[in-house]
Design a protein around this ligand. Structure first.
Ligand SMILES: CSC[C@H]1O[C@@H](n2cnc3c(O)ncnc32)[C@H](O)[C@@H]1O
Ligand SMILES: [Zn+2]
Length: 434
């Protein structure tokens, strides 16, 4: 007897070998998918009727700062430098562990409700973040965000904290949590520090999550400091490889794109944040033409202002179309691949598609809705018309986290109340300081 059978669904497997099934079943046992077919002989403890819905792999959000949900709408419509230095960093200086717990709980709740099953996070108080993720049921690749600013003593401390986190959390929560090193960016961490981080990551067999060439200001600063851009500097220290998740990658030259693609670097494209902070347009179609693994992230809620991967997919495709003046650029299925298969590859998760032996990280999107009618093409409908609130059911590691819009693993109202209180207390403390 299996754990779960999902039946009567329009199954978007995202598996190029199997293809999609107009009316199929997905059988789940012991955290994994054991069958994807048109029908099954199996029986299960739980049978979920997905009639009128699309059954698909859940989304992988490859760049977040989950705790920043507390800053949703806090400092909008500002340039990145002032946004970070004058508003976000002073507010973050007041953050406590319990604030990050409240913010991360809110983020996990929002992600579960909108179909995300896994995310890559870089922030502070990561032990607390780990505990929240563990109890939420989600999957995550977590990193303690290290900012060293060329201060060797600070660097030592930061690396010690990063290492402590990696050693304690890698593989926790039945393997749902992996731990990465998180040097913030090449313009906030020195070359010497980045060399040490890479050595430590290799020694610990851990991956690295870093912001790269998000802004023109970073490009100019790097040219002034090193006589070369961030990608060339990182390449000169053999930083790149398939173990690196590089967020943003907006200001790339053709040569930079070759370096990233040739080194199998995973690139998290974060279009909403890049647009909101007017950072620029990442050359996604050129990267995909080079077979680079481009995945999709929301960034934190202070620069987005939500964690909805449907919004991210739509924005990604529209932005490439207008940037290239080509309406065929980044079609719906390709952007869905970025949000599922490519994200899973970046985080080394056996997921991103519905295939026998893969993680049972499955969502059901309700298509029986006015704004999703008529239904000619499932990928198009998901990317151009659907939204996070259309997700009806969410399953991670074979556990139902949300059933028919009811979140089972978290107390929704308490999380909202706690986050409201934490955000308001935090802002009062910040205001009192200034
Ligand atoms: C060291 S933990 C992460 C650090 O990054 C800050 N942050 C959030 N969004 C961005 C972004 O788009 N670019 C650069 N840095 C960002 C966050 O506030 C934390 O301080
Ligand atoms: Zn970021």
């Amino acid at each position: 007897m299996a754990d779960i059978i999902i039946k009567n669904g329009n199954v978007l497997t995202m598996d190029p070998e199997l293809g999609d099934l107009k009316n199929g079943v997905v059988v789940i046992d012991d955290g994994s998918i054991v069958e994807v077919a048109e029908s099954t002989e199996a029986t299960a403890d739980t049978v979920i009727d997905a009639r009128g819905g699309v059954v698909m792999p859940g989304f992988v959000n490859t760049h977040t700062h989950a705790g920043m949900t507390l800053f949703r709408g806090y400092a909008d419509d500002l340039p990145l430098a002032s946004w970070l230095q004058d508003h976000i960093w002073p507010a973050e200086a007041e953050l406590t562990a319990s604030d990050v717990v409240a913010g991360t709980n809110l983020a996990c709740l929002e992600m579960i409700k909108s179909g995300t099953v896994a995310f890559a996070d870089m922030y502070f108080f990561m032990e607390e973040v780990g505990k929240v993720v563990e109890s939420s049921g989600l999957r995550a690749a977590l990193s303690y965000g290290m900012i060293e600013l060329g201060d060797a003593e600070k660097g030592k401390n930061e690396l010690k904290k990063g290492k402590g986190f990696v050693n304690e959390w890698n593989g926790k929560a039945d393997g749902r949590i992996s731990a990465m090193y998180g040097p913030h960016a090449p313009n906030t961490c020195s070359k010497d520090f980045l060399i040490k981080v890479k050595e430590q990551a290799v020694a610990d067999n851990a991956k690295i999550h870093i912001h790269v060439l998000e802004t023109e200001a970073e490009l100019n600063q790097m040219k002034e400091q090193y006589g070369m851009c961030s990608v060339n500097m990182l390449d000169s220290i053999d930083f790149f490889g398939p173990d690196v998740l590089a967020a943003h990658c907006v200001w790339l030259s053709d040569g930079d794109m070759d370096i990233l693609a040739n080194n199998n670097v995973n690139i998290s494209h974060n279009p909403v944040s890049n647009m909101k902070l007017a950072s620029g347009v990442a050359p996604v179609t050129k990267l995909l033409d080079r077979d680079a693994n481009v995945c999709l992230g929301t960034d934190g809620c202070a620069s987005n202002n939500n964690l909805d991967m449907f919004d991210e997919m739509k924005t990604a495709t529209l932005l490439q179309k207008v940037d290239t003046m080509d309406p065929t650029a980044l079609p719906a299925r390709k952007v869905l691949e970025m949000a599922t298969i490519n994200g899973a590859k970046a985080l080394d998760i056996k997921g991103g598609m519905l295939r026998k032996g893969y993680n049972a990280d499955v969502i059901i999107v309700d298509m029986n809705r006015s704004h999703l009618t008529p239904l000619f093409d499932v990928p198009s409908q998901l990317v151009y018309s659907a939204g996070g609130s259309d997700v009806r059911t969410s399953i991670v590691n074979g556990k139902v986290l949300m059933d028919d819009h009811k979140v089972l693993c978290m107390d929704e109202q308490k999380i909202i109340d706690d986050a409201k209180e934490a955000a308001s207390d935090l802002v009062s403390r910040v205001d009192a300081k200034n």
